[in-house]
Design a protein around this ligand. Structure first.
Ligand code: SF4
Ligand code: SF4
Length: 166
């Protein structure tokens, strides 16, 4: 595993949206069931899941050229991809006057998550760790480009929903 990805994985190993409490007990693990078992991979994650038992890497037309990984619905916590570690948040990254800015938001695609739907306050240390992790990931130029592209897409989704009053 590359050094940057390892640091990102380690940072979000223990943290959960509700601190150390497993939020999956609130919703019976909704994000590990049904259609939600497909996760977009970040750059460099593909090689980690290519031959891993319980995971299947699939090419897709979305995700800016990076594949998706499908899981069995149960995993060793230490092996979760970044998308699961960060969910239901996303760290937006954009550039202002040549400087990178990071803003952690509720991912507008996280509709099924009760924490996102009910706007429940999440553990501030989780949010902080997601922001720090984004800074770590942004050190890799390929990952930075990927995060910027997703940030733009999510911003457009949010703006469209606001326009439509959704
Ligand atoms: S859907 Fe939300 S509350 Fe449920 S396990 Fe996933 S992140 Fe936690
Ligand atoms: S990889 Fe693990 S945490 Fe992520 S959706 Fe699958 S079972 Fe849930």
């Amino acid at each position: 595993m590359n050094k940057i990805l390892k640091e990102a994985y380690d940072r979000l190993y223990h943290k959960t949206p509700l601190g150390f409490y497993n939020c999956g007990r609130l919703c019976d693990g909704l994000c590990c069931r049904g259609d939600c078992k497909g996760m977009w991979l970040y750059p460099h994650e593909e090689e980690l899941f290519a031959d891993k038992e319980g995971f299947e890497v699939c090419e897709t037309e979305g995700n800016y050229g990076y594949p998706m990984v499908i899981c069995s619905g149960k995993c060793n916590r230490a092996e979760r991809p970044l998308a699961c570690r960060i969910f239901p948040l996303f760290p937006l990254v954009y550039e202002i006057d040549g400087k990178l800015k990071f803003e952690v938001i509720l991912d507008p695609r996280a509709n099924m998550c009760p924490l996102a739907r009910q706007q429940k306050p999440l553990d501030p240390s989780f949010i902080k760790e997601v922001r720090k992790t984004a800074r770590v990931l942004a050190r890799d130029p390929e990952t930075l480009e990927y995060m910027k592209a997703v940030s733009l897409e999510l911003t457009e989704i949010i703006e469209l929903r606001e326009k439509l009053g959704l």
